[in-house]
Write a protein of this length. Structure first.
Length: 433
């Protein structure tokens, strides 16, 4: 049998850092990353044959749990018909129509399918610049929109986990086109527009921030940004790559009062059901600026891949209201239990939700922005994480990530999590900086 140690040693010899995406390396929790060979429902199995209850959910796509039979069947049937033709297929229109039906035509006019969330946000930015003839983009500190050059400044997710301000390799001239401001701070948005308004192409915002742990927008925040952006002739890009079709059938926008519209919306993760598929969507007159209809170029060999489409469509078709109800209720049970366990041993903490996404911050008051997120006793997370792992529960290997519950988390899986929490809370209480 291969051990996790052996698998990681082998990977380190051929992959930078032993991984293909930084957070997987367990950098902020320490120890040897688990190397997984299979997943079914709420469980994942590592190379040593150990089964873990999974709360990573492939970082979002596994809304229905792993290897859901309807998705596996759809993928197998699509694969038998060929892996892609470099040409259009009816399934592309099927998915675009499904997205429109779920979200509504006031937000979605047309859809462009791409392969990753990074591509979706990168293209949305190019489109916003093409539409407005302006260069600057405003983003919020701690928000992660993928790894394109202009969007890595003060980003969440792996950048937060590694505790670095951005990335080497980004020209200063490119970084200078991004203005980073604090989240949940409307004065900062107003002031930025007062100073730079005529140069700003777009504000990009996570629909609900969940890459610095979960930090929901204050009520009315997204609507107020939309108002300011539109008064100034700029565009609002709502990034629903993480929240889209996860926190509700129509994403975070569907959970809000819908009293505002974004000009462009980005999706990923759930819409590919675990295969590489993402999208940008928005008002038809803006989307029609994309080539070949318009002058803003974007293309992709793998865009609209038929097997990814089959997985995404099957996932959305199986994610009915009872699936969302189940995920919401399981998330409430697990997050309440985590909070109770930490409270029982006197660990200062707060749990924040964005629908069924949630995370624990080791500070008594819920953080509202990246500065407050960083001001927590993050040293309590590694022992908490490892105690859960030892008890057979795989949490996100960073305090700056959300916990992902799926529709497959049944009583057996939930009880294993609930049983593990008191020991993990004790480990967190004994940690020292
Ligand atoms: C909100 C958000 N936008 C964009 C991305 C980038 O997506 P991808 O990793 O598919 O490139 C992510 C990934 O975590 C995300 O959470």
């Amino acid at each position: 049998m291969t051990t996790n140690d052996e698998a990681f040693a082998r990977a380190r010899a051929v992959l930078p850092g032993g991984v293909n995406s930084p957070v997987r390396a367990y950098g902020s929790v320490g120890g040897v990353p688990r190397s997984f060979v299979s997943g079914r429902g709420p469980y994942v199995t590592d190379v040593e044959g150990r089964e873990h209850v999974d709360l990573v959910g492939a970082w979002g796509p596994a809304l229905l749990g792993h290897a859901h039979p309807a998705v596996v069947d759809a993928v197998q049937r699509a694969a038998e018909k060929g892996f892609g033709f470099g040409a259009s297929t009816p399934a592309e229109s099927d998915l675009a129509e499904l997205i429109k039906q779920r979200v509504g035509s006031e937000l979605i006019g047309k859809v462009r399918l791409v392969s990753t969330g990074t591509e979706a946000t990168m293209t949305a930015i190019r489109l916003a610049r093409g539409a407005t003839g302006r260069d600057l983009v405003v983003k919020f500190a701690g928000h992660y929109h993928g790894h394109s050059d202009g969007l890595l400044a003060d980003a969440g997710s792996g950048i937060a986990t590694l505790g670095i301000p951005g990335s080497a390799g980004i020209p200063a001239a490119v970084a200078a086109q991004t203005v980073v401001i604090p989240y949940n701070d409307l004065n900062a948005v107003r002031q930025t527009f007062a100073e730079l308004g005529p140069r700003i192409a777009a504000v990009i915002v996570e629909a609900a921030a969940a890459n610095m742990g979960v930090v929901p927008p204050e009520p009315g925040f997204n609507a107020a940004i939309a108002g300011i952006v539109h008064e100034n002739g700029a565009l609002l890009i709502l990034d629903e790559v993480l929240t889209g079709f996860r926190v509700s059938a129509s994403g975070w926008w569907g959970l809000e009062a819908n009293d505002y519209v974004a000009d462009l919306v980005t999706y990923g993760k759930v819409i590919g059901g675990g295969l590489p598929l993402a999208a940008l969507a928005g008002r038809a007159e803006i989307m029609d600026l994309l080539a070949p209809a318009g002058p803003v170029y974007q293309a992709g060999t793998l865009s609209g891949n038929p097997i990814a489409l089959a997985a995404g469509i099957a996932t959305l078709n199986s994610a009915d209201s009872s699936a969302y109800r189940h995920i919401d209720s399981a998330a409430t049970t697990i997050s309440n239990a985590a909070s109770d366990a930490l409270a029982a041993v006197g660990v200062a903490h707060s749990v924040q939700h964005a629908g069924n996404l949630f995370s624990v911050a080791f500070r008594a008051t819920p953080p509202r922005n990246y500065g407050e997120v960083k001001a927590q006793q993050a040293f309590r997370y590694p022992p908490f994480f490892h105690a859960m792992l030892d008890a057979g529960v795989s949490l996100p290997p960073s305090v700056f990530e959300a916990w992902f519950v799926s529709a497959a988390h049944d009583d057996g899986a939930i009880n294993r999590i609930l049983d593990a929490l008191p020991g993990a809370a004790r480990a967190a209480s004994q940690a020292s900086a």
